[in-house]
Design a protein around this ligand. Structure first.
Ligand code: SF4
Length: 495
């Protein structure tokens, strides 16, 4: 039977079928996107930073597990006071590698390093497995802790990451879990000795992470299932209403009596779903048609990494803009496209704004979709570069947000209760869908940019990622044009 490791046991804890597929049908794994590599790189970087806090530590290297087990035993015997990184242990067929094993006078502290901003419940399971195996190897674990990112940290530059990591003891929370580990091991072994578990997709597919077999399981389910076209969850901000409607026997909005819905927005969605007719209030046109030319369609991409890269920024908190796309429309509907994507690994913010301001000029409406994001980045830029504050503030007052106009005056049944640009675009311009793009959302854009600025990335990969980012951001601003034109009932080709 295949052996177990901590990651395999965690896979089984998420879903027995996940572990079974991972071992026996690994070819069904979904293709990785740019975020996978970025996440991997981030984990490695945080591990390096954690280890740098213990300069006399010794790293158990290499993928040869038997050698790693021997090396760990030897260090414990010959250098009992040295911290060990990636200390490797096995017990009862379960293999683990501990991030930090720190010797103390009366035993060891076991520290797991995580790239999140807080301790999560699944970290406790993870640490319980580690601690159980270490203890079964005869070591006294006096404390188990999680080290995670402290979002209050402000990077001062020059590679000084002292204070980035925060250690939280979880010893008291682990006690009840430690007793459960043998049962988890036995259950995983039973799964692996049997046939493929029959488990349909459910909430477990996304918790704590999206299962890499989701594409496989979900497509198999879709083939066998009669789809509910408009579930009650399509009602925006439904809170408990969708669940209530289901308990009343309504699985599809079209079954719900009109008088059962009291909110105006819910009634509009219901009417649109029942009739199959798109709702477009002429007010949308009136709010747009008289705006000044040239018109600008603007979108930003930003990066807020777990390990800050640029001085003055905070982990996960400081959104550093690295890319913009801008389509410029003249009064005849002629379009010009301009774009910026930061070069190199330096702080991109000054080049970002210096390149943007001349493009936006002094007059004309600036369209964005969900303006809070762009406005906030511009305000931050004005604060960071006070000499540009007047010009940046002049840009901010010209912003026109398409999202509230869409939310108030447009609905198509296929939006399914969402007014995100990616939800309404297919209902207006299906030819501009994002599914042909290498980078297809903001999360992937962050991952792509982090991979681009990683010195280990090859030139060829960097070129591919840059093109992926340029295509993605341009698609966002093209989408805005289509939406704005549709609301004004303008029907021009995109050129
Ligand atoms: S996609 Fe869902 S059902 Fe399929 S293996 Fe993963 S967690 Fe299990």
């Amino acid at each position: 039977m295949p052996g177990l490791s901590k990651s395999r046991l965690l896979a089984h804890r998420q879903c027995p079928k996940r572990l079974w597929l991972q071992i026996y049908k690994p070819k069904l794994l979904s293709v990785t996107d740019p975020t996978t590599q970025a996440r991997f790189n981030t984990g490695n970087r945080i591990g390096e930073i954690a280890r740098s806090l213990y300069p006399d530590g010794v790293l158990i290297e290499g993928n040869n597990i038997q050698q790693a087990l021997r090396d760990t035993s030897e260090i414990l015997l010959t250098s009992p006071t040295r911290p060990i990184f990636e200390a490797t242990f096995e017990h009862g067929g379960l293999l683990i590698r501990a991030d930090l094993l720190l010797p103390e006078a009366d035993g060891y502290r076991l520290v797991e390093v995580k790239s999140s901003a807080s301790v999560k419940n699944y970290h406790l399971i993870d640490a319980a497995i580690q601690s159980w195996v270490v203890q079964k190897n005869g070591l006294t674990v006096i404390d188990t802790a999680i080290v995670h990112i402290d979002t209050r940290f402000v990077y001062s530059g020059n590679g000084d990451y002292r204070g980035l990591l925060k250690e939280v003891s979880i010893t008291t929370k682990l006690a009840p879990l430690l007793d459960e580990v043998p049962d988890w091991v036995a259950a995983a072994q039973t799964t692996l000795s049997g046939d493929e578990p029959i488990i349909p997709p459910g909430p477990q597919c996304q918790i704590p992470f999206t299962c890499p077999f989701f594409g496989h399981c979900n497509s198999a389910t879709m083939e066998n299932k009669v789809q509910i076209a408009y579930p009650p969850e399509d009602l925006p901000h439904h809170n408990g209403l969708a669940a209530q409607l289901r308990t009343e026997g309504y699985d599809d909005l079209r079954q719900v009596p009109k008088e059962r819905l009291t909110k105006h927005l819910h009634q509009r969605v219901h009417t649109s779903v029942l009739s199959g007719v798109t709702f477009l209030d002429p007010i949308a046109r009136s709010q747009l048609v008289d705006l000044d030319y040239p018109r600008f369609y603007l979108d930003f991409e930003t990066n807020a990494p777990a390990v800050p890269i640029w001085a003055g920024t905070r982990p996960f908190v400081t959104q550093v803009p690295f890319q913009w796309s801008c389509h410029i429309e003249d009064a005849n509907g002629q379009l010009d496209h301009q774009a910026f994507l930061a070069e190199g690994a330096g702080d991109p913010r000054r080049a970002f704004i210096d390149n943007l301001l001349p493009i936006l000029g002094k007059v004309g409406a600036i369209f964005v979709y969900s303006a809070d994001f762009e406005r906030s980045r511009l305000r931050e830029m004005a604060a960071l570069f006070p000499e540009l504050a007047v010009s940046v503030n002049d840009v901010i007052v010209r912003i026109v947000d398409l999202l509230p106009i869409a939310r108030a005056h447009y609905y198509h049944p296929d939006q399914h209760g969402s007014w995100s640009i990616k939800s309404i675009l297919p209902t207006i311009a299906p030819e501009l869908a994002y599914d042909d793009l290498m980078v297809a959302d903001g999360r992937m854009a962050q991952g792509a940019f982090q991979e681009i600025i990683d010195p280990k990335t090859t030139d060829e990969r960097r070129k591919t990622l840059r093109q992926g980012l340029l295509d993605y951001c341009e698609r966002d601003t093209l989408a805005m044009i289509k939406i704005a034109w549709f609301f004004q009932q303008v029907n021009l080709p995109l050129k």
